[in-house]
Design a protein around this ligand. Structure first.
Ligand SMILES: Nc1nc2c(c(=O)[nH]1)N[C@H]1C(S)=C(S)[C@@H](COP(=O)(O)OP(=O)(O)OC[C@H]3O[C@@H](n4cnc5c(=O)[nH]c(N)nc54)[C@H](O)[C@@H]3O)O[C@H]1N2
Ligand SMILES: Nc1nc2c(c(=O)[nH]1)N[C@H]1C(S)=C(S)[C@@H](COP(=O)(O)OP(=O)(O)OC[C@H]3O[C@@H](n4cnc5c(=O)[nH]c(N)nc54)[C@H](O)[C@@H]3O)O[C@H]1N2
Ligand SMILES: [Mo]
Length: 741
């Protein structure tokens, strides 16, 4: 991994990751130890940091050598390997190449295009979750001053269902636990998450819990090695002996999308045992005081649970009554229960309902708002939670919009804007004509790659603010700019040479500062804040916002945030304390900012049928989930191995139950095409994958994103979340002629 970097810079850089005087690791959003001073080693954090601190450069000379059409034939892996972008570039249609321009030319050129649109609502402002609070706040301020709420962002494809579901249930769309709570929990239920790869530092906390005797139950269709056994890199003796601790005390393998049914089953058992306890004159198993004082809606949910048959629960979850009963034992055996989850829960049609069912279950025994217990959606990008907090929201609450108006004195648009799927639809239909990307890889992260490529290329304007080139940057509009920015590891100095810090919020709502330590990859780079301020000043002028002053002194941005968003009082002081500060989470103090003023049980019936069940699935069809390998960061591919799953040197694989392989008349290692659902009239195909026999429930298969986005339809979305259904894609497999093993 370090091969692309400079080893010495790399090593020094790593020692500053997540230190109070260093930068926030761009790897994931797991919390940092509150009193920790030691460096927490994380293999995948190393990859993320050294990816940015590479010695390679994507210079104007590189772009002079290759046409954009030619670069479209490259892979993201090869493109990012060219290295860090060094100068602002504009697409020249005559030569089909990106050529260097000055920052001023770029800013005025972008402003001219934006101001030529018929309506500000024809522009899309995409955000990826690495942007700092400061950059994201100015970005939403700029777009709103320009006149739109079109904020498609990566969280629309990620934890949107958690945000929506938790807001309904507890009045705040964030998790209620802190890292400390993990040290007190005696039961932790981990649903639809692969922390060994995606949140490696979380494994350390799970392992400690497990060694203390806490029970850790996992719900995951795949047996993820990292959750089963784990040698802690922090523990030198364990590493030297090659020993390992087992983490999961219970491992259940539901079928894809079966979690809501599984949790309903647990609730059914809890109610039944509670009835029995009371009938025998023993105390209730429920936290009756909590339920009476803090909740509404239990009776309706209970009626719904009782009306759900065990047949439906077993069929939909893919688990037996006995398996679900062991989960009920874990839940009832815990005095302090935490449930964590990630994409295995949020990327289905009924994800919001599933999140609410998780909250329902925790309410029953009062597991929200006390030490060692609570709800924990584990976020993806290192600042995706913060970006939403500071206003990246296509449908922001009225209090926020009014506060922006008060602070800056311009009229803020109220018409709700576009999320990711709306933005794709609008570009496809020609209603949106400009796309600006603050980081990320919109083309490769979204469903239906071919459709999105066409959508971007039909835009009048595309602008990409990035650290390295990727395929999304080659889907150029008629006018296109590629603007290079600094990353988190780099020192960001203003014109007086004073280093600036930015701030981020982790999954536990901890806000802390981040200051780079490396020399920027090129003298021409601007910070994300600098780029946004440049575009903004040229487009909307500086009458209401002094963009130049903000770009000079990020304390001014934080002062505005402090005046417009509750919880950020004394921002500039508190963020400079070691480890920063925690944003208040009302629900964790049992104050419920819901409509009823209480924590709300939801009484939603199970979906009538989900993809793996018979009515949906024709013979030969499978339900595909798209996951990350161990060697990737979303659309960034670091390498071709997925060592916990035993895959080396390739990514085009499909994990499949051996009985399904045999039933198909095929053999392990046979090569197939993955054919997507064409019910909406669009044909979808991803070519040439190897079948890998794997411990996964029948009817369910798995493979890697982004390659398989070619078969994920942009026309299907989660209820109330609008999230693409990346974990329940109906596909069939077509043998490739002459390629059998
Ligand atoms: N190294 C690294 N770190 C990362 C990322 C990365 O790409 N690389 N990405 C970051 C981002 S943006 C995010 S959102 C997170 C993602 O973190 P994860 O959610 O862990 O990511 P996925 O690889 O999508 O894994 C989904 C897991 O859920 C399981 N699963 C799938 N469907 C179901 C289901 O229906 N039920 C249950 N119970 N389980 C299911 C899968 O088998 C798999 O173990 O990681 C973040 N951290
Ligand atoms: N099929 C399928 N699709 C999915 C998912 C899935 O599980 N399955 N997961 C979804 C999820 S959870 C997410 S979060 C999205 C991710 O969607 P995105 O956030 O759009 O994608 P990333 O791959 O994280 O973005 C990588 C690019 O960001 C740029 N970059 C890196 N660091 C910086 C920086 O510091 N500043 C700037 N300006 N740019 C930078 C680089 O140019 C790099 O190429 O994908 C979603 N798509
Ligand atoms: Mo994510």
């Amino acid at each position: 991994m370090l091969k692309s970097g400079s080893a010495i810079t790399g090593a020094i850089t790593l020692l500053k990751a997540n230190q109070s005087d260093g930068f926030d690791c761009p790897g994931c959003a797991w919390g940092d130890p509150e009193h920790g001073s030691s460096f927490e080693f994380c293999e995948n954090g190393v990859k993320a940091v050294s990816w940015e601190a590479t010695a390679r450069r994507a210079t104007p000379a590189f772009f002079a050598e290759h046409t954009v059409s030619a670069l479209r034939g490259w892979t993201d892996y090869d493109l990012e390997n060219v290295g860090r972008l060094t100068e602002p570039m504009r697409y020249d249609p005559a030569t089909d190449r990106y050529v260097a321009v000055s920052w001023d030319e770029a800013f005025t050129g972008i402003a001219a295009e934006l101001n030529a649109l018929d309506s500000p609502n024809e522009a899309e402002f995409y955000t990826s979750g690495r942007a700092s609070n400061e950059a994201a706040y100015l970005y939403q301020l700029f777009a709103r001053a320009y006149g739109t709420n079109n904020f498609p962002d990566c969280s629309n494809m990620c934890h949107e269902a958690s945000g929506v579901g938790l807001t309904q249930a507890i009045g705040v769309g964030k998790g209620t636990v802190t890292l400390e709570d993990f040290h007190h929990a005696d039961a932790i239920i981990v649903i639809g998450q692969n922390p060994g790869t995606n949140h490696p530092r979380m494994l350390g906390d799970l392992r400690k819990a497990s060694m203390r005797g806490a029970r850790v139950a996992v719900l995951n269709p795949i047996r993820e090695r990292g959750l089963e056994r784990f040698a802690d890199p922090q523990d030198k003796i364990e590493m030297i002996r090659g020993g390992s601790t087992s983490i999961a005390t219970h491992y259940l393998q539901p079928k894809l999308g079966g979690d809501m049914a599984a949790i309903r089953g647990v609730a059914k058992i809890v109610f039944a045992r509670d009835d029995a306890a009371r009938a025998a004159g023993r105390p209730s198993l429920l936290d009756e005081a909590f339920i009476a004082e803090h909740t509404v809606g239990l009776d309706a949910w209970r009626a719904e649970v009782e009306a759900t048959s065990w047949g439906a629960i077993e069929d939909q979850s893919g688990l037996t009554y006995d398996q679900i009963a062991t989960l009920a034992d874990v839940y009832l055996g815990g005095e302090r229960v935490i449930v964590t989850w990630a994409m295995g829960v949020t990327q289905h049609k009924h994800s919001v309902a599933t999140v609410r069912e998780i909250a329902n279950l925790l309410f029953l025994r009062g597991h929200v708002g006390r030490e060692g217990a609570g709800l924990c959606p584990v976020r993806g990008h290192s600042n995706v939670q913060g970006d939403r907090t500071v206003g990246i929201n296509e449908n922001a609450p009225e209090w926020f919009l009014a506060a922006i108006e008060r602070e800056f004195g311009f009229a803020v648009p109220r018409q709700p804007g576009h999320n990711v799927l709306h933005a794709i639809g609008a570009m496809v239909e020609g209603r949106s004509k400009a796309f600006i990307g603050l980081g990320g890889n919109f083309l490769r992260a979204t469903p239906d790659t071919a459709v999105v490529e066409q959508a971007l290329r039909s835009c009048r304007l595309t602008v990409q603010i990035a650290t390295k080139p990727n395929l999304g940057h080659m889907a150029v509009g008629k006018v296109a700019y590629l603007l290079p920015c600094m990353g988190r590891t780099e020192i960001d100095r203003n014109s007086a040479k004073k280093a600036q810090i930015v701030t981020v919020e982790d999954s536990m709502s901890m806000v802390h500062g981040s200051g780079g330590i490396n020399k920027p990859a090129s003298p021409h780079l601007k910070s994300e804040v600098g780029v946004i301020c440049g575009i903004a000043a040229a487009t909307v002028g500086s009458g209401h916002v002094d963009w130049a002053a903000m770009a000079e002194d990020y304390d001014l941005i934080r002062d505005s945030i402090a005046r417009t968003i509750p919880g950020f009082e004394d921002y500039n002081v508190r963020v400079r304390q070691p480890r920063g500060f925690r944003l208040r989470n009302a629900a964790s103090e049992r104050e419920w900012l819901t409509r009823s003023g209480k924590a709300e049980f939801s009484a939603t019936p199970l979906p009538a049928e989900i993809e793996h069940q018979s009515a949906r699935r024709r013979p030969g069809q499978f339900v595909l989930q798209t996951v990350r390998s161990h060697d990737q960061y979303n659309t960034t591919i670091y390498g071709l191995d997925d060592r916990y799953r035993g895959v080396y040197g390739e990514r085009r694989v499909i994990f499949m139950n051996p009985d399904d392989i045999a039933a198909m008349g095929s053999k392990p290692n046979a090569r197939v095409d993955v054919v997507g659902d064409a019910a909406d009239g669009r044909s979808r195909r991803a070519e040439d994958f190897r079948l890998v026999a794997y411990d996964i429930p029948r009817g369910c298969i798995a493979g890697y994103y982004p390659e398989l986005n070619a078969v994920v339809p942009f026309t299907k979305a989660g209820d109330l979340s609008d999230t693409p259904l990346s974990k329940s894609v109906l596909v069939s497999l077509a043998p490739r002629a002459g390629k059998a093993a």
